[in-house]
Design a protein around this ligand. Structure first.
Ligand SMILES: C[S@@+](CC[C@H](N)C(=O)[O-])C[C@H]1O[C@@H](n2cnc3c(N)ncnc32)[C@H](O)[C@@H]1O
Length: 503
């Protein structure tokens, strides 16, 4: 445990008050789009301490925060630098509102503020005094919040500045991290608080390679996801600490877990092992002995359908009657896991799940004119989704915008998300109805070889389902991605790697 934090100094008290105003001025959607989740004060100080400890005591402090917000990290620097003079401090901020707060808060300090997008700024001239200490909590902006033009600009910039190819699925935080290297003095220290998925996901593979080639990676710390640092953002975080100089050949990286300054687990890993590993988190935790068949050999696994707007497209029996919706324009839909009390769903004669309050997915590709003429109630219902739903990411790419992906029912579905410490983390549902599933589930469609076995012996499916539900929790959580607050998500590929015994 850390010793209790001293009471905040006056500038930090003012910063916290300004932060509260700034957070209240933006709704959740806007904060997500800008990746605006301020670093909690105690963590900000811990990050700055980690940076200062890695910086040689005689090195000048030239600080940079490429996405400074109201300045939680700068404020922590003012507290932690003590007697060490701060030769320079620079902050970049895209959001004019956050920038305004920072300007007011830090007007009396040497902090220089640059308005704008860090990823669009030209890197400083190498002759200029570059940063010796970057401490950053970059915006966690997922790729679907980035427009195609924005991605193209980032791609070109990443290629010229780092020589690597940017994945279109990359979150913006990877761009800030990679582009910041050109702002660093040789030997300068970087401390980055970023989503821990950077250790695993394919889109960060090039970033992981650069972290092993261009810098000396000192620490890879995983925050304990059960103690979420960002309650409302639900992202579990990692902290990277590195020095801006190529590593010695036999360099070892310290992997830690828990509190960054008092980790509960520590492990030294040679960079040669990391270069060979495709996913760092997985390679570093002991894998259960493989036994049985990977599910990907038995099933085609896909996320359930993303409707693009459940309010509009998921209908109750009463709505189906009110809209006079013909049977061919709807398909039964499983209720979400929290409303599904059973793991075995039987079928009604019409194919709907034999459950109270069945739901239907509207599945209509008829043109608007036909609807207006032949099904006016449905047409009017759809109009209530213009433009809120129709201009959403999924709907605006569909023709017509209210059409849905065609998908057949799957005899087994698995919940997509789970919370740690809740008994069985993921549930497998045996689905004997014609219902399809939304993207809160993964759908498991038997591959031809398994279909043949099931046709010869229908009991196979039931036994498989029982075996899946009997899997130890770790068999699934080991493959899953973990987010803040102990939230696990299992992507199709990850479920495909889970093995089951098929006797
Ligand atoms: C996760 S917050 C961190 C703020 C602050 N450094 C802290 O630790 O509390 C990220 C900040 O980056 C800003 N931001 C988003 N995109 C940016 C960009 N492209 N360039 C610079 N800042 C950006 C957001 O407005 C937000 O203030």
């Amino acid at each position: 445990m850390n010793p209790p934090e001293p009471p905040p100094p006056p500038w930090e008290r003012r910063r916290q008050a300004a932060q509260a105003e700034l957070d209240a001025a933006r709704d959740g959607e806007a904060r997500n789009r800008l990746g605006q989740f301020a670093t909690p004060p105690a963590l900000a100080r811990a990050l700055v301490r980690l940076g200062l400890q890695s910086l040689p005591p005689t090195a000048p402090i030239r600080f940079l925060d490429p996405s400074i917000g109201a300045g939680a990290l700068y404020s922590a620097l003012l507290s932690e630098a003590g007697e060490r003079p701060i030769q320079d401090a620079l902050g970049v901020e895209l959001d004019p509102l956050a920038l305004g707060y920072a300007q007011t808060l830090w007007a009396e300090t040497p902090l220089r503020l640059i308005p704008g997008d860090f990823t669009a700024l030209p890197p400083p001239n190498p002759a200029e005094a570059a940063a010796t200490l970057i401490v950053a909590n970059p915006p966690y902006v997922r790729h679907h919040h980035l427009s195609a033009e924005h991605k193209a600009r980032l791609k070109a910039r990443i290629l010229t500045q780092t020589g690597t190819r940017r994945s279109g699925l990359s979150g913006l935080y990877v761009d800030l991290l990679l582009l910041s290297l050109d702002w660093m003095a040789p030997g300068g220290v970087g401390v980055w608080l970023i989503p821990s998925e950077v250790l695993d996901v394919g889109y960060a593979a090039a970033a992981r390679r650069l972290l092993l080639e261009r810098v000396t990676l000192r620490r890879v710390h995983r925050m304990d996801p059960a103690a979420s640092q960002f309650g409302d953002a639900l992202v579990s975080s990692a902290v990277l600490v590195f020095e801006h100089q190529p590593p010695p050949a036999d360099h070892h990286v310290t992997f830690t877990f828990g509190d960054p300054e008092h980790p509960t687990q520590t492990r030294l890993v040679p960079i040669a092992a990391l270069r060979a590993a495709s996913r760092w988190r997985r390679e570093l935790s002991p894998a259960p002995a493989p036994e049985g068949v990977p599910l990907a050999e038995l099933f085609t696994i896909r996320r359930g359908v993303a409707t693009g707007g459940n309010r509009l497209f998921v209908l109750s029996d009463a709505q189906v009657s009110a809209l006079r919706l013909p049977a061919e324009l709807r398909v039964p839909l499983l209720p979400p896991p929290r409303l599904l009390q059973t793991d075995r769903v039987e079928s009604r004669p019409d194919g709907a799940p034999d459950l109270p309050n069945p739901r239907w997915l509207l599945r209509c590709e008829l043109p608007e004119e036909t609807l207006a003429e032949r099904l006016p109630a449905l047409w009017a219902h759809l109009q209530t989704g213009v433009p809120s739903v129709s201009s959403g990411y999924l709907c605006r790419h569909r023709r017509p915008w209210y059409s849905q992906e065609r998908r057949g029912p799957a005899p087994i579905v698995c919940t997509y998300m789970a919370r740690a410490g809740q008994g069985r983390p993921f549930r497998f549902i045996l689905n004997r109805s014609q219902a399809i599933a939304a993207n809160v589930y993964l759908m498991l469609h038997p591959k031809p070889a398994l279909s043949e076995r099931i046709a010869a012996d229908p009991g196979v499916l039931e036994r498989l389902w029982a075996a899946l539900n009997a899997l130890p929790a770790e068999a699934l959580t080991h493959e899953a991605r973990v987010y803040g607050g102990g939230l696990y998500k299992l992507e199709p590929k990850e479920l495909g790697a889970v093995r089951v015994r098929l006797d």
